[in-house]
Design a protein around this ligand. Structure first.
Ligand code: NAD
Ligand code: LMR
Length: 327
């Protein structure tokens, strides 16, 4: 029997939490032979804590063989103690008419205290995945607090955008989604993101050739992927939850699987023209479980470079907005 992996989740009583915990406990994230201990951090108010107790009762009632323990707490240091993964979901979602960056004022400060607590008490091998929006910049805020854990341990989630884009291409081409490969998301988890169809493949052939409609790719596909979150909010009345949880399962699983290549927002070192120190989506390959390398070799056209510039401008402007939270 393997040693259990300790997974801290913030916001476990929220919408994403409710879709996420059961998949982690079932083995979907780390595999069918990997036991887990869930360390769940909710707000201290009674409503949130009661909801958390209810979710924990349901976890119990599933009798998951891989769930070797559940910790319920309102104390970040209890939640993150010895954690191998910290999944930072707990934050306000946006409503209709808002952009994700509008959440910075309320959500940004959450990530100061949590970044500090993670650095203090999580395991030496700990990795962090930020989902709470705007996730790229919140991730930068959390990482700025870390003195012990390096910035490469802090990642933000753009995998939902990759999954969305692959499905849009598959539906347009009339193929299964598994036929669509190498669609990577660059930049911010916002409408400026660049879903790079220019290097994607469908059935092993260039996606642009298979689709055969460059205008659709530029003027339908890109905004569709970039604004899918808002489309879901308009339809559901609340933001994506099950698909976000699914993407987080994919994000953590692929970062734990040597050889897997996928889109992850990581600290920029200037690759693809992103400003040094912002968290930008790029393609990464997992090297050994626990580390990854950025795939730096994709040649970008003038069109692609324009898109990269626009999303980089937005990331640097978010960074400027929160500069007092980065000290
Ligand atoms: P929700 O309101 O349903 O749940 C949020 C939960 O977090 C609540 O239970 C709340 O009590 C808790 N919470 C708030 N602040 C907390 C804190 N400081 N510590 C611990 N818990 C805290 O929201 P949701 O739908 O689950 O979405 C959560 C976040 O994820 C939002 O910011 C949303 O915009 C974001 N999101 C990101 C992506 C992505 O692709 N990156 C996708 C979907 C949603
Ligand atoms: C999404 O992409 O669905 C999330 O970031 C939620 C949102 O605000 O769009």
């Amino acid at each position: 029997m393997k040693k259990p992996v300790r997974i801290a989740v913030t916001g476990p009583a929220g919408n994403i939490g409710y879709a996420l915990l059961f998949r982690i406990a079932s083995g979907a994230m780390l595999g069918p032979d990997q036991p887990v201990i869930l360390q769940l951090l909710e707000l201290p108010n009674e409503k949130a804590q009661a909801a958390l107790r209810g979710v924990a009762m349901e976890l119990d009632d599933c009798a998951f063989p891989l769930l070797h323990g559940t910790v319920l707490t309102d104390d970040a240091k209890v939640a993150f103690r010895d954690a191998d993964w910290c999944l930072l979901v707990g934050a306000k979602p946006r409503g209709p008419g808002m952009e994700r960056a509008d959440l910075l004022k309320d959500n940004g400060k959450i990530f100061i205290a949590q970044g500090r607590a993670i650095d203090e008490v999580a395991s030496d091998a700990c990795r962090v995945a930020v989902v709470g929006n705007p996730c790229n910049t919140n991730c930068m805020i959390a990482a700025a607090q870390a003195k012990r854990l390096g910035p490469e341990r802090f990642t933000a989630m753009v995998r939902l955008d990759e999954n969305r884009g692959r499905t849009q291409l598959a539906q347009k081409a009339g193929v299964l989604v598994s036929e669509v490969q190498s669609l990577y998301i660059y930049g911010n988890h916002s409408p400026t993101m660049f879903a790079d169809f220019t290097h994607a493949t469908i059935g092993g052939k260039p996606a642009a050739d298979v689709i055969g409609d460059r205008t659709w790719l530029e003027t339908d596909f890109l905004p569709k992927v970039g604004k899918r979150g808002a489309e879901i909010i308009a339809a559901r009345g609340s933001s994506s939850a099950a698909s976000a949880a699914g993407a987080l399962v994919d994000h953590v699983r692929d970062l734990s699987t040597p050889g897997a290549v996928h889109s992850v927002a990581v600290r920029s070192d200037g690759t693809y023209g992103f400003a040094d120190g912002v968290w930008a989506g790029v393609p990464v390959r997992t090297t050994t479980a626990g580390s990854y390398e950025v795939l730096r070799g994709y040649e970008m056209s003038d069109f692609a470079r324009g898109k990269l510039q626009a999303t980089n401008d937005e990331l640097t402007s978010e960074r400027d907005t929160v500069k007092e939270l980065l000290a």
